[in-house]
Write a protein of this length. Structure first.
Length: 321
């Protein structure tokens, strides 16, 4: 082949074109980030709005706190009354079956804390206390006409009922708390009159002790009557001895209950007239109201700044001619 002829053969390497990568033109990106200086400018721009809302919220909360009726709490600290279980345990070991059959309580006359708490919270006990103390006009004094001694209602159907009084007393006025570690209890009464709250708290403890004592004495007396009837129907010496021991135990229960005023609960610290109310917390309400007003003002300031910026970035199109 003539070397002077132009070569028509092209190698693959020469014929192949190198790929060219073209980067798209970078679009301008709007910087929407707001730095701390922008935050400060917004707060400064709307400072009077923030100050006004803070003052209004704080003042409104203070006015509300002073308009609410103050509630006081009277509290009695109690401990379960001690009982002598040594003799009862010995009798239970010897004559437990017979005592159970006769319905005889060998656990002593006191110490039934759970039963006493349940009784204290019961509807029957509460209704009796409300009726005997004539508390309906006091509990519902907002609709009671003291001058005419009548209810300010349109019809008899609108008069408060015993069930409503029980719900109010049990849910909002009386409460019982127990310390599981020490076994101590606290009976609390919350009411707008501190003297009345103190009176109710102390009297409820006195009433539950008297109520449980009377119930225990009645139970022991019924057990003795039953045992005496059984004594007349049996001639077995061992059985008669067992019945005599059980009668003796129930007689002892009656004697102990009769001389013990603090039958179920021992009063560690009686209720005294409280000098400070527990509700409303005026200082706390004022602080919280001021904080809420400030936060609301800051939120509105940023909201207004955001709306203003959106209008500036997206101005409305001019109406066509």
């Amino acid at each position: 082949m003539n070397s002077n002829q132009p070569s028509t053969i092209k190698t693959f390497e020469h014929n192949q074109q190198q790929p060219v990568y073209c980067l798209p033109a970078q679009l301008p990106v709007e910087d929407d980030e707001i730095n701390l200086l922008d935050y400060w400018r917004i707060l400064t721009r709307y400072k009077w709005l923030i100050i006004l809302l803070t003052i209004m919220s704080g003042a409104g909360t203070i006015a509300l706190a002073f308009s609410l009726t103050p509630i006081y709490r009277a509290e009695v600290t109690l401990a379960p009354a001690a009982e002598d279980k040594s003799a009862a345990s010995a009798l239970a070991g010897q004559f437990g079956g017979l005592a159970s059959l006769a319905g005889v309580n060998l656990g002593g006359s006191g110490g039934k804390t759970e039963e006493a708490i349940a009784t204290l919270n019961s509807r029957l006990f509460t209704d009796t206390f409300i009726k005997e103390k004539k508390l309906m006009p006091i509990l519902f004094d907002d609709i009671w006409d003291e001058n005419n001694k009548s209810w300010k209602v349109e019809s008899d159907k609108d008069k408060p009922t015993a069930w409503q009084a029980y719900k109010l007393f049990n849910a909002d006025i009386r409460s019982i708390s127990e310390d599981k570690k020490s076994g101590m209890l606290a009976l609390s009464i919350e009411w707008k009159d501190p003297k009345i709250a103190t009176q109710w708290a102390n009297e409820l403890v006195e009433r539950i002790n008297s109520h449980q004592k009377a119930a225990a004495i009645k139970e022991s007396q019924q057990s003795i009557e039953y045992l005496k009837n059984e004594l007349q129907e049996t001639s077995v010496v061992e059985m008669r001895q067992a019945i005599f021991r059980l009668i003796e135990a129930q007689t002892k229960n009656i004697m102990l209950a009769s001389v013990r005023d603090e039958f179920v609960f021992k009063i560690i610290d009686p209720a005294v007239v409280p000098e400070e109310n527990i509700k409303p917390k005026k200082k706390l309400m004022a602080i919280l109201g001021t904080i809420v007003g400030f936060m609301l003002g800051v939120f509105l300031a940023f909201l207004l700044a955001f709306i203003k910026k959106q209008k500036e970035n997206n101005p409305g199109s001019a109406p066509a001619n």
